[in-house]
Design a protein around this ligand. Sequence first.
Ligand SMILES: [Zn+2]
Length: 433
Amino acid sequence: MIYWDQEKECMPLEQLRELQLRRLKETVYRVYAFVPAYQKKMDEAGVKPDDIKTLDDLKKLPFTTKQDLRDNYPFGLFAVPMSEVVRIHSSSGTTGKPTVVGYTRKDIDIWAELMARALISAGATRHSVIQNAYGYGLFTGGLGVHYGAEKIGASVIPSSGGNTKRQIMLMQDFGTTILTCTPSYALFMYEVMKEMGIDPADLKLKAGIFGAEPWSENMRREIENNLKIDAYDIYGLSEIIGPGVAIECSYKNGLHIAEDHFIAEIIDPETGEVLEDGRQGELVITAITKEALPIIRYRTRDLTALDRTPCACGRTHVRMQKVLGRSDDMVIIRGVNVFPSMVESVLLNIPGVEPYYLLVVDRRGNLDELEVHVEVSEKIFSDEIRKLEELEDLIRRELESALGIGVKVRLVEPKSIERSEGKAKRVIDRRKI
Ligand SMILES: [Zn+2]
């Protein structure tokens, strides 16, 4: 099976746009009628539901941000009474109040459909054994994948995050064919496999579906070569629905956004102006089928670009580029925007460098400094000092030419950078302290 829902995934564009417009209009009427916060924002912007006559009119509507979710904490943006809500998820809320999202029974069904599409797109079947190492709980990753995997009839192992040795034992004993987790956790699993003397080629693992953090093409190559699998990128965020908003197909040339449920735009993050296809900017998503938490023009803070050229897989839905970074993770050093994924891309092209790194930003006097801590392999680390200095120098030159700013490089001992069983920490910014 190539598609989960061919009719929807390969819908002719004209029909797809018609469906989007109808659903957008319904959604706008509904939020205006039932969510006072939306009504207020629309009134302030001077736009009424009747003003939405074409898809292009979407840009008349105000944006929704994480702050709007916080301001209406916990349930202020819900468009249905709580008696209709069957599930509540929440972000970790590392700064301030967490963001809360709710689902009706129909929302949960749609989410499971989207995840079913995503899993099939990454090659899963009802014969797959899917080990789901995304965290189960308030985080949407675990349960999101879980319901989709059951929907397609695969066997799910709800291993959740952590306890890496046990994860690997389950993989061996239960014959896991598909692994779902963050890309950084997949790499850490490989490292623990090596320590345990397990060759990934002896496992039944065929594919991995990795998301919840940005990762580079070089990181994909690293994971595919190490674990001997196909690695697919999946995209989603809890504010929109959770994982399954977009997924790569076997061509791995961008992630198809489920356009029958979401409308994607790219904006200039500074001005809010909508950019044409192909240009890089902030992804903005409108969820047009959600009941409990319909969301209008949500600013994701993820930087990407849209590609509407036809895809060889036959799906008609627009593709978004692999996310370059979250604007939250971006550090501005002497006026230059630096994303961890850019550093990752450079490092993983250099032999002897391990896929573990940390950006440390500090301010000396009035000058911002970027120091990149890079882990090297055991073999390199035991080399003579001169060779280490040569490597350090090579990394510095490569980073400086890629980033366009001066960089300090510090080679650190193997296994000294903290490993992650969820989202990896890539930046320490000491300037804020
Ligand atoms: Zn495709």
